[in-house]
Design a protein around this ligand. Sequence first.
Ligand code: ZN
Length: 169
Amino acid sequence: MIRPILRHGADALHQPARRVVDFDDGLQTLIDDMIQTMHAAPGVGLAAPQVGVGLRVFVADPSAGRSIGDLVTVVNPRVVEQEGAQREEEGCLSLPGFTARVTRPARLIVQGYDREGTEITIEGETLLARVLQHELDHLDGKLFVDRMQGLRREQIVRRVRKLQRAGKW
Ligand SMILES: [Zn+2]
C-alpha cells in the first residue's frame, strides 16, 4: 500500500526515531509499503519517519526501481566507516520542489539488520553513499536543509513556510 509522504514541518520528520525491537508482521508490512511508496514517488530512498512511523528503518534504491538487485532495506543502521567528501545536488520526497548542493561522504559503510533481523553490512560509494547518509539523517530527525548553512537554507525554509501558510504544502 502506498502511504502518504510527510513534508518538512511534520513532527515525525524532526525527531529521532526509535530502534526496532520486533521483526514482526507489522514491520514487514511497513517495509513493503515503504518500497512501494518510494518506487511510486519515484524516489531513490525513503525512511520510516517520512511515512509517519518513528522507527529506525529505511529503504534505498539508487536505480529507482530499474534494477531489483539495487534495493536495500536497513533496520537499526549505524555508520561504521566513512571517507572523503562529495558535493552534489540533492532533493528529498519530504521537500518536493527543492534541491540544493549538500556535502556528503564519498564512501560510507553502514551496518544494521535486514528485514528478517540478520546482520548486514552495506558499502556505498558516490550516489549510494549519499542516499545512505541522507536516509540515516532522517532517522535522527534531520532533513538535507539541516546540513546546509547560510542564505540558501534560509531561502528554502522561508519558501516552505510561505507555502504552508498558503495551505499549499
Ligand atoms: Zn529525504
